[in-house]
Design a protein around this ligand. Structure first.
Ligand code: 4AD
Ligand code: MG
Length: 442
């Protein structure tokens, strides 16, 4: 009888059986007459062991000093071993090399992050990126499940667009058969018309910004989840945002404990994330940021001083966020630091009906959203004031001409959320192939 092929994760359920594992050699070591292999497959790690007495001479010689990342098929008996990862080890009897290796560049010694990113195509196999990308996968699935359960219809927005959504300074321009076109900065403008057809819609895809800033929070290609809904108000958007974020965090805690442990994430910080999130107006935030303690903190971080009326900088967000154990929602920013499409607050038209959600622990803005202007004339004026080409926005104005209703939505930056949940410092580690101002390889 041939031994069944099992994923490493399943071995614990087969103590005593002879099985085959297909994977890669993480490391090998020999102690006198016993050779050890640490093996990896998609599901986890295990150790295979053989003494010179258990296997023929050729197999023992093969095990001894086998190259890192050799692909192998290993057959042996599963033995309980409480000290081993997963509580089992494999008593090796047969070893077949499926894909040889040699001179693998990512050795067990410490490597710099740039070296690892240059070898991202290989580094994906290692423990830390393995854990991070599985958490990212869980976050994406949780987002889709959340939207589906709440009857949001998925509307895929275009990547090639004729106009800017989030300001003209970060546009990637390309030649579209003789006319300029831009990579999408956000699917929002295309969701608004679809919301008039389905009430609640969302898109979830890559977005692009030619960010010249070289910070740990900025990628030039990042993913955004964007819900858009009709007949809502700013409180409705904030309630949706806190439910979404809490749902996603709870899902990762529930299903990705092993990955969080690999990353040594302090999960107590994540357990605290549940509604209600604290809410604060921009004006309250400005009062806190101009108080002497905050001024001193900003100075200690070498950050530019905050002046009322300014948009919040990274240091300002950190100062405000660190006072709370869950994400902080800041609403009603000055209209003139925000995008052209934001609805003014009827109580104070210098303020926009908008909200930014700031993650705890210094991860900054994870969500930005607002109510949208639904008056066609006001919107046309804003487009002109922002120096945007009116012609490219004709269709966008149309949805206000025929049955405009109060509507709004937000965008959640996937990498910001994943970095925060993982406790990873820089966004470049939480996307499979990061694109930044200095990197488009591999
Ligand atoms: O605040 P932003 O610019 O909002 C929009 O694009 C709206 N049109 C979304 C909407 O209302 N449908 O971006 C939304 C989020 C930010 O809160 C941040 O989390 C993330 O996208 N983000 C970035 N993430 C990584 N790298 C960048 N360069 C990012 N820029 C924004
Ligand atoms: Mg924003």
């Amino acid at each position: 009888m041939t031994a069944p092929v099992l994923p490493i994760r399943a071995l614990a359920g087969h103590v005593g059986a002879e099985v085959t594992v297909r994977g890669w050699v993480v490391r090998s070591r020999r102690k006198g007459k016993i050779a050890f292999l640490v093996l990896r497959d998609g599901s986890g790690l295990c150790q295979a062991v053989a003494s010179v007495r258990d296997v023929d001479e050729a197999t023992f010689a093969l095990m001894d000093g086998i190259d890192q990342e050799t692909a192998v098929e290993v057959t042996g008996t599963v033995r309980a071993d409480p000290r081993a990862p997963g509580g089992v080890e494999l008593g090796l009897r047969r070893l077949v090399v499926a894909g040889p290796s040699g001179g693998y560049p990512i050795t067990p010694k410490e490597h710099g992050i740039e070296f690892l990113l240059d070898h991202r195509h290989l580094h994906l196999r290692h423990r830390r990126p393995w854990a991070i990308l599985r958490i990212r996968h869980e976050v994406e699935q949780a987002c889709r499940d959340f939207m589906y359960e709440r009857d949001f219809v998925l509307i895929d927005s275009p990547i090639l667009t004729p106009a800017a959504c989030e300001g003209t300074s970060t546009l990637f321009e390309t030649d579209y058969f003789g006319s300029p076109a831009y990579l999408s900065q956000s699917g929002q403008l295309y969701l608004e018309p679809a919301a008039m057809a389905h009430d609640r819609v969302y898109c979830f895809g890559p977005t692009f910004r030619a960010e010249k800033s070289k910070t740990r929070r900025h990628l030039t290609e990042f993913w955004m989840l964007e819900p858009e809904l009709t007949w809502t108000d700013l409180d409705g958007l904030m309630a949706l945002a806190e439910e979404l974020v809490s749902y996603v965090v709870a899902r990762v805690l529930d299903r990705r404990a092993e990955e969080l442990a690999v990353l040594e994430r302090d999960t107590a910080r994540l357990e605290a994330v549940c509604p209600p999130f604290p809410r604060m107006s921009y004006d309250e935030a400005a009062r806190i940021l101009t108080a002497p303690e905050s001024v001193a903190k900003a100075k200690a971080q070498n950050a530019p001083p905050f002046r009322p009326g300014d948009d919040l900088g990274a240091a300002d967000e950190t100062i405000l966020g660190e006072a709370h154990d869950r994400p902080l929602m800041i609403h009603r920013y000055p209209a003139d630091v925000k995008a052209f499409y934001m609805e003014p607050d009827p109580d104070d038209p210098t303020r926009a009906l908008c909200v930014d959600v700031i993650a705890p622990e210094g991860y900054g803005e994870i969500i930005g959203g607002s109510m949208r202007i639904h008056d066609a004339d006001l919107l046309a004026r804003r487009i002109r004031e922002h120096g945007l080409p009116e012609d490219a926005f004709r269709w966008y104005l149309d949805i206000r001409r025929w049955g405009g209703v109060p509507h709004g939505g937000f965008g959640m930056g996937l990498e910001r959320v994943v970095a925060w949940i993982c406790g990873v410092h820089h966004l470049r580690e939480v996307i499979p192939y990061p694109r930044t101002i200095q990197r488009i390889y591999p």
